[in-house]
Design a protein around this ligand. Structure first.
Ligand SMILES: Cc1cc2nc3c(=O)[nH]c(=O)nc-3n(C[C@H](O)[C@H](O)[C@H](O)COP(=O)(O)OP(=O)(O)OC[C@H]3O[C@@H](n4cnc5c(N)ncnc54)[C@H](O)[C@@H]3O)c2cc1C
Length: 212
């Protein structure tokens, strides 16, 4: 069961990757998994594995993977950086410094994303680089400079084939947010084994870049 409301705006739900996901669902998974968009779970019984919807419908799942309403983690609330809809942290998009608390830089999914900026591991990595570069400039007594950010989001749709969506985001000095560069990025035409290989190469590179 999928909660469509949890698909991220600007990345999955609004992009043509949704078309690819739904195509794969139709061709490969519809006899195995049931797709119920817009089914908001309000209660779950872990003994019977019965979930209840906001409309009072009940379903028993063989496997339940519940997605809670998305927001920044409690630690972000505790330090006071959550200042958008009581869910996300707004930042200065050059330094990634919180607009609520000085000297705290916020990265990744906890952010109030810029327009059409996906929340992704790739983007969190880019935020980290932008923040690190800005902190070096600040500590050196210089003005931080905007950083170009890019994103590629691969999705394996089985154990071999994958699809992707990508984009490039450049800081707009008047609007003071990164915006998608015209003509940048794109989306797969269809799932392929080749993209499955790219997915694994991307993951290996990203882990190495982020963790070592
Ligand atoms: C099903 C799925 C598929 C995805 N596919 C892709 C993809 O193909 N490509 C891609 O780029 N992105 C993908 N993403 C998105 C990606 O996983 C996230 O955008 C990324 O992990 C965000 O990184 P983050 O560091 O901001 O947050 P997280 O990865 O959530 O890390 C936050 C960490 O902080 C820890 N934490 C929280 N509170 C505390 C505390 N008080 N003390 C200590 N630690 C704490 C948490 O346990 C967690 O480990 C996918 C996400 C999902 C759910």
């Amino acid at each position: 069961m999928l909660r469509r409301s949890n698909w991220r705006r600007g990345s999955f739900a609004r992009s043509s990757k949704e078309r690819l996901f739904l195509g794969v669902w139709e061709s490969d998974y519809k006899d195995i998994l049931e797709y119920r968009p817009g089914w908001n779970v309000v209660a779950v019984d872990p003994v019977t594995r019965i979930v209840s919807s906001e409309l009072g419908d009940k379903e028993r799942g063989d496997v339940l993977n519940l997605l809670p309403p998305q927001r920044a983690a409690d630690i972000a609330r505790i330090v006071g950086v959550v200042n958008v809809n009581d869910r996300w942290a707004d930042v200065n998009w050059i330094s990634l410094e919180s607009t609520a608390v000085r000297n705290i830089h916020v990265l990744g999914d906890a952010l109030q994303a810029a327009p059409l900026m996906p929340k992704s591991a790739h983007m969190a990595n880019q935020h980290g680089k932008a923040a690190a570069a800005a902190i070096v400039e600040i500590l050196s007594g210089r003005e931080p400079q905007p950083t170009l950010m890019a994103n590629t989001c691969y999705s394996l749709i089985d154990d071999k084939r994958a699809i992707h969506v990508d984009s490039v985001h450049r800081y707009h000095p008047e609007k003071k947010v990164p915006l998608v560069v015209d003509g940048s990025g794109g989306v797969s035409k269809e799932p392929s084994v080749e993209e499955g290989l790219y997915t694994r190469a991307w993951a290996t590179t990203m882990w190495k870049d982020s963790l070592s």
